[in-house]
Design a protein around this ligand. Structure first.
Ligand SMILES: C[S@@+](CC[C@H](N)C(=O)[O-])C[C@H]1O[C@@H](n2cnc3c(N)ncnc32)[C@H](O)[C@@H]1O
Length: 217
């Protein structure tokens, strides 16, 4: 059973390179536009954060009327110092009963074209979220300065999400690094040699948020 779960985890660098993940989380969306979008669109009640990483977003969205449960499969990512109720699990097999949550969101986790079976994860989300609950998936929109450094296309497929019945909104945000060296360090790690070409601290970054209100038959 445990081996089955491990096989379903998409490898992520954050647990073994916390120094780089610290740069990513501090500099990506520095002005908090994605957080503002989620703050306004994630429902109150009990909400699941799928692939929560170190709990950065969950901690920000937690309020008196919204209990966010971060679910993360990589023990090395889980930050126990944050005042959060952690759950360890994968999108394809969520360790909660059906109809537990008023909503769910996921930021840059699991729901990636070509890397994961998005529909297998969505089926689980639809099981654990209540009827009329809201589902929000955040990913790269592409067509921006940040993605232009990637040797391959790292944008998500809007058409495929619309086909699944999701609306979408584009959030114009930025990576804001403290120094050019810091920008080069992260982008070289992500993209290889092309990352060396970064010569400024602010990079335009477009994010897409897919939303759907669940209607169960
Ligand atoms: C790019 S990070 C994003 C973390 C966090 N959502 C954020 O915005 O900072 C992707 C996360 O998804 C987790 N992950 C990997 N495989 C997963 C799976 N099958 N189901 C859910 N989460 C998964 C990784 O361990 C990692 O923490």
């Amino acid at each position: 059973m445990e081996n089955d779960k491990i096989a379903k985890i998409i490898p992520f660098y954050g647990g073994t390179r916390p120094d780089l993940f610290e740069i990513e989380r501090r500099c990506m969306d520095r002005d908090g536009k994605v957080i503002q979008f989620l703050e306004s669109n994630v429902p109150n009640g009990i909400v699941l954060d799928v692939g929560a990483g170190n709990g950065y977003t969950a901690e920000k969205l937690l309020t008196e009327s919204r209990l966010v449960i971060p679910m993360e499969p990589d023990e090395k990512m889980i930050d126990q110092s944050k005042q959060l109720i952690w759950s360890n699990g994968v999108a394809q097999s969520i360790p909660f009963h059906s109809n537990t949550f008023d909503g769910m969101y996921s930021t840059w986790a699991f729901f990636f074209d070509g890397i994961s079976d998005i529909d297998e994860g969505l089926k689980e989300i639809e099981r654990v979220v209540k009827n009329t609950g809201r589902i929000i998936i955040v990913d790269n929109y592409g067509n921006d300065e940040f993605c232009s450094f990637a040797p391959q296309d790292i944008s998500s497929s809007v058409a495929a999400w619309v086909e699944r019945g999701f609306d979408y909104e584009i959030i114009d945000t930025e990576f804001v690094f403290d120094t050019v060296e810091e920008a080069r360090k992260l982008l070289t790690f992500y993209f290889g040699e092309q990352g060396q070409n970064v010569s400024k601290t602010r990079l335009e970054y477009k994010v897409v948020a897919y939303s759907k209100t669940l209607t169960k038959g």
